[in-house]
Design a protein around this ligand. Structure first.
Ligand SMILES: [Zn+2]
Length: 327
């Protein structure tokens, strides 16, 4: 049996999974705090290689039975060198030659890519996008990530920055964004954006006293509180979420008009925490996108949820090694 290893590194949590054959079967996986892996004394490439080796040892799988390792990170990657260009949410990965560092330590090919791209590749090869030649994945967590499948292939753009819809301007001259621009979509619909609204509604002291779920980094506890309040029937919280998902709907209508996908998969912690947002998004797209761009468009929640990233990372190994990517 041949295996591929998928690694999905998020700002708060990361997951490693061993995937059997060319199919989407996860043999075993491990979920860890990202800090527990990356904040130690080892350079990031060696720390991740060590985590991979430990998973293989526990599974009694030899390194030579593994075809390669795919790694998703929340940033921009130079794809030919598998080097991280920028990773604002995990600064220890900035400009790290992650592919070559991990590859040298493991003696395996290691391929690195943007996490939204790999989540989308996972949905395309193993989830609801199976057989879709034109699709997009949009993931709303701390910020907004987006991956594109065009003509049946992952589209990364000239410099790995395709699909950055979170930084398309939706309010000219609006809120300042970490990218240096103003009025970016993710300043209006993301955990970051909702945390700002929560501070306005409830005050900072109330938010820091609240519990933090394992899926939300402490700095975005406000978004979690806002969503809890909305579920409890708080009208201002519901209105704030309605507005955030309305902005997201405009973003997806623009995306539909730009690439005319047949499927947009919606994922990430925010849509999962507030499923009613899906209907808001659908209504905005229905009333905004061109008829031709929305006629055959479905907008669905991610079927693979937390597993899309590792399955996409495993599919990246197949893709880069020239094997079928499980579709
Ligand atoms: Zn921005």
């Amino acid at each position: 049996m041949e295996y591929r290893l998928g690694v999905d590194i998020g700002a708060a949590k990361c997951m490693l999974a061993l995937v059997a054959g060319d199919g989407p079967e996860i043999v075993t996986y491990q979920r860890m705090d990202t800090d527990a892996v990356l904040a130690g004394p080892l350079p990031p490439g060696l720390a991740l290689a060590q985590a991979v080796q430990q998973l293989l040892e526990r599974s009694r799988i030899e390194c030579e039975d593994v075809l390669g390792v795919g790694v998703g990170i929340p940033g921009i990657v130079e794809r030919d060198q598998n080097t991280v260009v920028a990773c604002p949410n995990l600064e220890m990965l900035n400009r790290v030659a992650l592919g070559s560092e991990m590859g040298a330590a493991l003696g395996l090919p290691v391929f690195v890519n943007n996490d939204a791209n790999l989540n989308t590749l996972g949905e395309y090869t193993a989830g609801g996008g199976s057989g879709m030649r034109q699709m997009a994945g949009v993931f709303v967590s701390a910020g907004i990530g987006c991956g594109l499948i065009l003509d049946g292939a992952l589209y990364e753009g000239g410099d790995g920055a395709a699909g950055e819809i979170g930084h398309t301007v939706i309010v000219p001259g609006g809120l300042a964004c970490s990218c240096g621009s103003h009025g970016c979509l993710e300043m209006y619909c993301s955990a970051k954006a909702l945390s700002v609204v929560a501070e306005e509604l409830y005050g900072r002291a109330h938010i820091s006293a609240g519990a933090v779920s394992e899926q939300t980094a402490a700095r975005y506890a406000g978004a979690q509180l806002l969503i809890e309040q909305a579920h409890a029937g708080d009208e201002p919280a519901r209105a704030a979420l309605d507005q955030a998902f309305t902005f997201l709907g405009y973003g997806l209508a623009n995306l539909a008009n730009t690439i005319n996908p047949r499927l947009i998969v919606l994922g990430g912690t925010i849509p999962f925490a507030w499923p009613a947002g899906l209907e808001t998004v659908r209504q905005v797209v229905e009333s905004t996108a061109l008829p031709a761009a929305r006629r055959n468009l479905r907008i669905e929640m991610s079927a693979l949820q937390n597993y899309a990233g590792v399955l996409g990372a495993a599919a990246l190994v197949s893709l880069r090694l020239g094997r079928a990517a499980g579709a």
